[in-house]
Ligand binder design. Sequence first.
Ligand code: UD1
Length: 335
Amino acid sequence: MGRILLTGGAGFIGSHTYVELVAAGHEVVIVDNFSNARRDVIDRLEVITEAPVLFHEGDVLDKRFLEDVFRQHDFDAVIHFAAKKAVGESVEQPLLYFQTNCTGFATLLGAMKDARVFRIVFSSTATVYGNPVSLPCAEDHPIAPLSPYAHSKVTCETLLRQLKESDDRWAYGILRYFNPAGAHDSALIGEDPNDIPNNLMPYIAKVATGELPHLNVFGNDYDTPDGTGIRDYIHVVDLARGHVQSVNKLIDEDDSHVLNLGTGTGYSVMDMLRSYEKACGKELPYKIAPRRAGDIDCFFADPALARDYLGFEAQRGLDEMCRSSWNWVSRLRNR
Ligand code: UD1
């Protein structure tokens, strides 16, 4: 087992990964600037894991801060989540995305190098593939980023490859996520967007709690069985387990890898809505709205490589994603 630095460990995927890492016996230290996470996530992680959480508040752009963290702990590996992730916002503010995602990552890698920590799991996205030319989408699908956000992730992936070519001590796991959904079984952590959500599941969740009046279904004339967009939703706890398997592989074998984390099964917007209705026990209002710019009809992973290489397989289905999301948001509202 190892000592692991988790940047962005208070965020949605980061917090779930923290829980799975601790359950797997790792010693984990969180770094987070709480720019998109609530401070009480730390307390909640302590409740879930029944142990104190080690964390440092600070920014990955702050080299001094990072040096100080690396001085205080002797890490075997880093898992890097701390980044910005809204496609639309990245179009408005490309500089912010380059700075946080690319410069922040380069700063972290510099601090790692100085501290002689060479193993890193990097949080990437299936958005790097752009519009799919073949489905299911495997890791050798062409890379064609369409937004500053996607570009920032491609830049980081490229930097990792170049670093490894320059110095073979580096070992990386690049994980390209499909669409994360759901929440922890405890209903103590989950996705908690401050603003009106851009993504489908948190939007449906706010319709279910009554915070938003109805779902806008962005187009029902896509080339899919019910006309609405199809995506590969993966339970965030499965996604978190994928990180544990990736970092274990690095610690045990120093073997670099680039993997999709998805289920291989696509669901439509209407499938999601129906499953959420089942979970919350009521009908959810929706309206058919125009297509959202840049959306595609269908996108899902080829999960075979992650299965063959890591033994990773998603275990939780759509109903579990909706049920856990509903448990989380209905409690969140009542607290
Ligand atoms: C988006 C991001 C992607 C990110 C992914 C997971 C864009 C262009 N891409 O992908 O970078 O990796 O989220 O976080 O933003 N939908 C509705 N109504 C809504 C919201 C969504 O009908 O209010 C539909 C969309 O048209 C799409 C599906 O639901 O068919 C999923 O949308 P979303 O959750 O935003 O994910 P992606 O578009 O796949």
